[in-house]
Design a protein around this ligand. Structure first.
Ligand code: TYD
Length: 208
């Protein structure tokens, strides 16, 4: 493996099962005896967790630009405090959501100019861009039933139209970044996991 670590991110709209898949992927890394760290966004640091609380509290009325800057503030902290140091040490970093969430939700979902988001990400990330991203894809309508069964946070309470815009956004990003993003059609938990592992093994064979 190359000296610099690897950043792996899991993405997808609310209810797609991305967190379950990220955790199963970590179990797979455990079995392989690989050293990794698992982080989730927003949050992951002391300051980031405080920002997360503001972002997900349904009682908060947050305008789109405030929302954007809060997600970016949480990310900035995570990159500086944890991701960059880990990557320098050659670790594998597994992320439950990362940069594509902001492009999809705040960019395509809320309509904030993509140029602005790209500009800030370039400033923020430099050497900490994801190496491979698994996008778990499913129609927004199909996932509504999943969300109905849980206590929904501020973003999850958004309309199905909003989630549709976010999904289309994700697919748009994936079409433009074919090398990095692997689109995985959501199936059963096990089948989706197998598909992810297949794609990961192909990626890592070419990486060594
Ligand atoms: P979380 O509880 O982590 O949900 P999930 O299990 O779906 O990841 O909440 C994160 C929410 O924040 C989710 O609805 C997506 C949203 N989000 C953005 O809108 N922009 C972002 O940049 C990030 C990281 C998340």
């Amino acid at each position: 493996m190359k000296k610099r670590g690897i950043i792996i991110s899991f993405e997808g709209i609310d209810g797609c099962g991305k967190s379950t898949q990220a955790k199963l992927f970590c179990k797979y890394l455990d079995k392989k005896g690989l050293d990794y760290v698992f982080l989730n966004e927003p949050g992951g640091t002391y300051t980031g967790e405080k920002i997360r609380k503001i972002l997900l509290d349904s009682k908060n009325n947050i305008c789109p630009l405030t929302e954007l800057f809060l997600y970016l503030a949480s990310r900035s902290q995570l990159v500086e405090e944890l991701i960059r140091p880990y990557i320098k040490k050659g670790k594998i970093v597994v992320l439950d959501r990362y940069i594509d969430s902001t492009t999809a939700y705040q960019g395509y979902g809320r309509g904030i100019p993509l140029k602005l988001i790209r500009y800030i990400h370039n400033l923020l990330l430099r050497d900490s861009l994801p190496d491979i991203t698994f996008l778990i894809d499913a129609p927004a309508k199909e996932l509504l039933s999943v969300l109905k069964n849980k206590k929904r946070d501020r973003i999850e309470k958004e309309s199905v139209e909003f989630q549709k815009k976010v999904r289309d956004g994700y697919l748009h990003i994936a079409r433009h970044e074919k090398k990095r993003i692997r689109v995985i059609k959501r199936k059963t938990v096990l089948l989706t996991h197998k598909e992810i592992i297949k794609k990961w093994e192909r990626f890592i064979d070419g990486y060594k």
